[in-house]
Structure formats: structure tokens, C-alpha cells
Write a protein that binds this ligand. Structure first.
Ligand SMILES: [Zn+2]
Length: 148
């Protein structure tokens, strides 16, 4: 996905938290706890750099950023079966399309293109393609520590 992914996510986070602080009359945010879905393949180092450079001059300046990876969870809309990314990955490994690299090696498409994952996944219990990605595909603020 490249660095743009991390920068635009960090910008969205800093912008929404700055607005939140302004609205609530909070002078300083000292800590932000963020959960990110494993399907995002977030580069935490780039994300932290982007965050640190964007918080200057905002109520978030000097705040501590805590990142936690969140496991993906799929729910079948047909039979209600719940499964995780590891199970989805095994399923794709055993029957999904393969991508052959120049050297002739084989890679699971899930590792190369996480965005493709949902197109390849079926419910392991009933085979339906009608499922919901309950979590693991987005960024979520779990907690902010503030000073008024
Ligand atoms: Zn199912």
C-alpha cells in the first residue's frame, strides 16, 4: 500500500482528535490508544513518524501513541459461523488462486495483497461468499487520556 496509506490515516486521526479536543474544551491530549486491524498491514513505524510530525501545534503535541494490532473477525451472513484471518488464510492457501513470482516461487495472495483477501474468502462452514468483516479492517481509537 505504500507510505501514503499510513500518512493519510495519521492525518485523519490527528484531525478528528484535534476537533474533538476543541469541541470538548480539552487543552491537551496526553495519550492516544489505537487499535488497527491486521488486514490493514499498517507499517507502525511510518505511522508513528507521520503522527509525530502532524501533532505539532495541536492539542496532541507531545502525546504518547499506543498501537495495538487487532485480529480480524469474519461472520457468515448465511450460517452465522465466525472465523479469523488464520482460518481464512489456510483456506486460501489450500484452494485459492496462486500468484507466481518472477523467480517461480509461490506466495499466498493474502500476503501480497491484503485488499484481495475478502474477494477470495468463503465461509469455511457453508461456503457462502456473503459475510461481514466484523473487525480487523479499520483503525479505531480505543482510549484517549486528556488534560482539561
Ligand atoms: Zn456460512
Amino acid at each position: 500500500m505504500g507510505e501514503m496509506h499510513e500518512w493519510s490515516l495519521a492525518e485523519a486521526l490527528v484531525t478528528s482528535l484535534s476537533r474533538y479536543a476543541e469541541r470538548e474544551g480539552i487543552s491537551r491530549i496526553v495519550e492516544v490508544d489505537v487499535a488497527y486491524g491486521e488486514l490493514m498491514e499498517l507499517d507502525t513505524e511510518i505511522f508513528e513518524q507521520a503522527f509525530a510530525s502532524m501533532v505539532k501545534g495541536t492539542p496532541l503535541e507531545g502525546s504518547k501513541l499506543v498501537l495495538r494490532e487487532e485480529e480480524a473477525k469474519f461472520i457468515c451472513n448465511s450460517c452465522g459461523h465466525v472465523w479469523d484471518f488464520k482460518e481464512a488464510e489456510r483456506q486460501v492457501d489450500s484452494g485459492g488462486p496462486r500468484i507466481v513470482e518472477d523467480g517461480g516461487g509461490l506466495e499466498s495472495p493474502l500476503h501480497l495483497m491484503p485488499g484481495l483477501a475478502t474477494a477470495l474468502i468463503r465461509c469455511p462452514a457453508c461456503g457462502s461468499r456473503d459475510f461481514t468483516l466484523e473487525r480487523g479492517g479499520d483503525l479505531r481509537v480505543e482510549r484517549v487520556v486528556v488534560e482539561r
